[in-house]
Design a protein. Structure first.
Length: 513
């Protein structure tokens, strides 16, 4: 498993630069079997030197295999040629992405053609002929009977079969999503349509862009001194009282009660019971509580009345059988409790961790108040001067539009600054900062683990005519992606791509020796 994880990590690192190119290749793939193989199988099989038949998964009970002549292999060949055309080296690293995309294309092809077959539809010969014409064009782009007549029978038969299969596939895809096959580049004949007005409306949505500068106060930097102040409050002190206790936990309440009787009658010692019977959910190997602070015990013992009984035990006294978060527990008081020592680093770390986990709103309020002071000072001097006084860095963004979720329809919301990683999905923050006029400063906003103050530095109105004309293509890609994602989550799909790749095409695989 460690080796497998290592290979996954190495694959991720090595292919990061090529992944964008690979994505661009896949967008162009409409039906991989439309194209004639270029010997890709020989190239890939020579690269890996495989004689076995890897199974990459199945669709509706039909295996998807990597062997000569299979649909999966043909699609892989064609994608491999496209990868190479885009300058992507088809090696043992990029091949994982190649196989992943080939598998998706194969599943789509099988699903679409199955649905077409279920309806009883057959491809008209005239439709096949219209497509075949485009494979025999002269230098002027006209059909050449000479080229057709001189082609050998095997080539023409292979082309006809390939075109027929592609038209079966396209019949379902076109009815569902619209038509944009290789030789039909004009308006889609089928599928969802978009009016001129709708295109203009969507383009206008991305017309206005704003740029910002901002500072971020990271809540992870919450000072320990502030944590101590919080813990010293009367209603918080008791949470960090530390108890010297041991415990034995069993799964069964009846077994725990029987054990308690044995302990009280000295039939078994507490230490032996810890060693032989305890599940040790709350203790170390010797039975000592590993979460001995009161707030931790409140989690282990949900019932407050039971909690008070346990915490009120005399030294060396045993509790009754107590229902705990996991199992049933017998507690023993080993010594006196200890009040929180605010000079002890370990205790302070426990307090800080507690506040970050359970009182994060308090931390956000702390930094929000600081951010408010920053905003006031920035309005009286400058953003940069205030940032220097508050010891925070000023960062800037390029102009971008409101684009919730960073859809492909418009320019994406920037995420190159880690503080803005979740900005595209935070509706409240987007609304607040895009309400700013040029030069205005925002109120502090909370984004993930940061409290941020933005200042609008510019507003631009861009010409979106080109975006409007490209709207249909963008929507088409979105529809394709949605259809593919939906299909790949079907119970009919069994995805074994990673295992097949790992076992057959990595040095650690069981079939690679």
């Amino acid at each position: 498993m460690a080796q497998e994880t290592k290979v996954k990590q190495e694959t991720k690192v090595k292919t990061a630069k090529d992944h964008t190119k690979i994505g661009a290749v896949i967008i162009l793939v409409i039906s991989a079997i439309v194209f004639i193989p270029f010997g890709g199988y020989e190239v890939i099989s020579a690269l890996f030197g495989k004689q076995n038949v890897p199974v990459f998964g199945s669709y509706n009970g039909k295996k998807i295999t990597y062997e000569r002549g299979s649909l999966f292999t043909n699609i892989t060949e064609n994608l491999a040629e496209r990868y190479k055309a885009y300058g992507i080296n088809v090696d043992s690293t990029s091949s994982y992405y190649l196989f992943t995309e080939s598998f998706s294309e194969t599943v789509k092809n099988m699903a679409y053609t199955d649905e077409v077959a279920r309806t009883g539809y057959s491809v008209p010969e005239e439709a096949v002929n219209r497509m075949l014409v485009n494979y025999f064009l002269d230098e002027n782009g006209n059909y050449s009977p000479k080229l057709y007549n001189t082609a050998d029978k095997a080539t023409k038969k292979s082309l006809r079969e390939s075109v027929t299969k592609s038209l079966e596939y396209n019949r379902y895809r076109d009815d569902l999503l619209g038509s944009s096959t290789l030789f039909m580049q004009d308006s889609p004949l089928y599928g969802v349509k978009a009016s001129t007005t709708e295109k203009a409306f969507f383009a206008k949505m991305g017309k206005e862009k704003k740029s910002f500068k901002f500072v971020a106060f990271n809540t992870e930097d919450y000072p320990k001194e502030e944590a101590i102040k919080w813990a010293k409050r009367d209603n918080n002190k008791d949470k960090f009282v530390k108890y010297d206790m041991s415990a034995i936990t069993l799964e069964s309440e009846s077994d725990a009660k029987a054990l308690l009787k044995q302990l009280k009658s000295n039939e078994i010692t507490f230490d032996d019971a810890v060693s032989e019977k305890s599940e040790k959910y709350y203790t170390d190997e010797k039975g000592k509580l590993t979460r001995p602070y009161r707030y931790q015990m409140e989690i282990s013992i949900p019932d407050s009345a039971n909690l008070e009984k346990v915490l009120g035990l005399w030294n060396d006294a045993l509790s009754d059988v107590i229902p705990t978060s996991r199992g049933f527990t017998i507690f023993r008081m080993d010594g006196t409790n200890t009040a929180a020592d605010f000079s002890d680093d370990e205790t302070v770390d426990v307090i800080t961790s507690y506040i970050k986990t359970n009182e994060h709103g308090y931390i956000e309020d702390y930094y929000t108040n600081i951010a408010k002071d920053f905003a006031v000072q920035a309005s009286m001097s400058s953003f940069e001067e205030a940032a220097g006084n508050f010891n925070v860095e000023v960062k800037e963004t390029e102009p971008f539009p409101i684009n919730y979720g960073s859809t492909s329809l418009f320019d994406s919301v920037p995420s190159d600054n880690k503080e803005l990683a979740n900005l595209s999905t935070n509706e409240d923050v987007l609304e607040k900062i895009f309400s700013l006029k040029n030069g205005e400063t925002s109120v502090p906003v909370i984004l993930s683990s940061n409290v941020i103050v933005f200042r609008c530095t510019g507003i631009t109105q861009e010409n979106t005519d080109a975006d409007a004309s490209d709207f249909a293509n963008k929507m088409e890609n979105i529809n394709y992606n949605c259809a593919e994602q939906t299909l790949m989550t079907s119970s009919k799909v069994q995805n074994n791509v990673w295992n097949a790749y790992f076992d057959n095409f990595t040095e650690y695989g069981r079939n690679s020796k």
